[in-house]
Design a binder for this molecule. Sequence first.
Ligand code: DGL
Length: 221
Amino acid sequence: MTKIGVFDSGIGGKAIADKLEKLFPSAKIISVNDSKNVPYGGRSRADIIELTEKAIQPLINKKCDAIVIACNTATTNAINDLRQNHPDVHFVGIEPMIKPAAKLTQTGAIAVFATPGTLKSRRYHQLKHQWAARLTVLEPDCSRWAKLVEDNESERIDINSVISEVKRWNIDVIVLGCTHYHHIKDRIERAAGRNVHVLEPSDAIGARLDELLPTDFAPLE
Ligand code: DGL
């Protein structure tokens, strides 16, 4: 049986694992998180690398056919190290969808909702430089969101004020650059309104796994 490992610092991974269970009903989805050390978003790069490496050990030991790093913070800071340390493992990372957002925007202004750890990573700066150099990219302070979602207190997040702040710049795309925010996607979409696209990568992850996994392994049509 094909085994797909899913890692996130916390409950962001659940949003992705649920989706993968629907897309790949014949696979075994094995999820791990690091509830002891979540959130990762305010930590140093060195910490994020060390914690991620430790947390994925059960997935490595179980010899998963692919491991999804369902965490933008861990992907943007640690995936190169993980790939170097485990050259025989297929890692699929999740990083902010700057390229699709850049293709989609008509107004030339987008907003990225992500953790401080993602926003200050070298990988994120590369993505912005490569795809969004001519765009206005707003990065509102969402630094408390992952913890509030993790603690099941997401109703305390003042989504409306963040959305109205970014809408003043005429943005037409919001990138969900943290898997914890998938749990509040509906509220974000409602607050953003019909003219704003809200992007998150779960379908793209499904497509990438489909390419990677053995050919006798058929996803649900
Ligand atoms: N879910 C993680 C992400 O996608 C981060 C949450 C955290 O700060 O640990 O970035």
